[in-house]
Design a protein around this ligand. Sequence first.
Ligand code: A3P
Length: 329
Amino acid sequence: MIHIKQSESVSEAPARRQKAEMVKVSTNGDFIPLKWNWAETWFTVQKLFGENIKDIYDFEVKQDDVFITTFPKSGTTWIQEATWLLLNNLDYDEAKKVHLWQRSVYMDISLLYDTFFHNSIDAARQLKSPRCIKTHLPAHLLPRQIWQKKVKLIYCARNPKDVVLSYSHFLRSKGAYEGSMQDFIDDFLSDETTYTPYWPHVHTMWLMRSEPNVFFTTFEEMKRDLRGVAMRLNTFLGQPDLTEAQMEKLLDHLSFKNMKENEQVNPTNLIKRNSTRSNTQADFEFMRRGIVGAYKDELSADNQQRINDWTERYLKEFNITLADIFGDL
Ligand code: A3P
């Protein structure tokens, strides 16, 4: 069952800055193995999203589908390219010809922008199997058949300070958020930007990291040990072991430099071309620095402290630390 709180549940200023009416949605979380108060775990999305979420929740899932879900700006594109390649016998010819957005559709995107050029749920439906589908939805808003049929679900998390920074740069330079970085941080911390609240999104999937159909990693783990993550992912996907040469080639393909230069995975120009009605800035970059800890030199000490306190308030209740999820930052 889907629950929707009307637009008044998101304050007027954050909604105006996001240039859309916003609503809060939740579901009963049917079939999710984790016991959690799902119905009261409200996520902020555009009104258009709320109106159409049923199309995602009821999406017909195939047994060999692979879903990738993340909080935005957590390394989605990175794990997505790795997953698509491993799932498709390292088909670099196809990967160099067809944009990742077509090979592995972002199924919720047309619910964010009424100007989006196609119906992304239909596009996801039409992918050739095994379908590799990206979303940014939390566990209880995903197609519920993922849980029912126990199909493969990949989750990549990233520490909140780098996420806030990356998300703020992304939306503001894309022209999808009209406000300062300070406004964005305030709206993010009060759970009023798209796909927030951050913590339940990450934490519930971390709690389910040992479910047989769940693969959990972090941006930080990929930076520390991409080889290890790729090996674990390959096993999770049920693919034959990689030779050393195949692994070396994959790691090289997935390096930040090569991904940033690769037009088929870095959507910077694609977004600039398609943003006819938004005012994407000339210096918009989908992939900025690709490091752990950019927040150390880009967020003020005060903002870092606020995010630390907000994190601690949430995690303390569950008796876990940031390091339990991300390792040392
Ligand atoms: P920054 O904005 O910090 O540079 P998503 O794909 O979820 O939107 O995440 C985008 C973030 O992942 C960006 O972070 C981007 O640079 C980073 N990223 C993408 N590919 C990467 C790679 N191969 N290595 C390191 N970071 C990468």
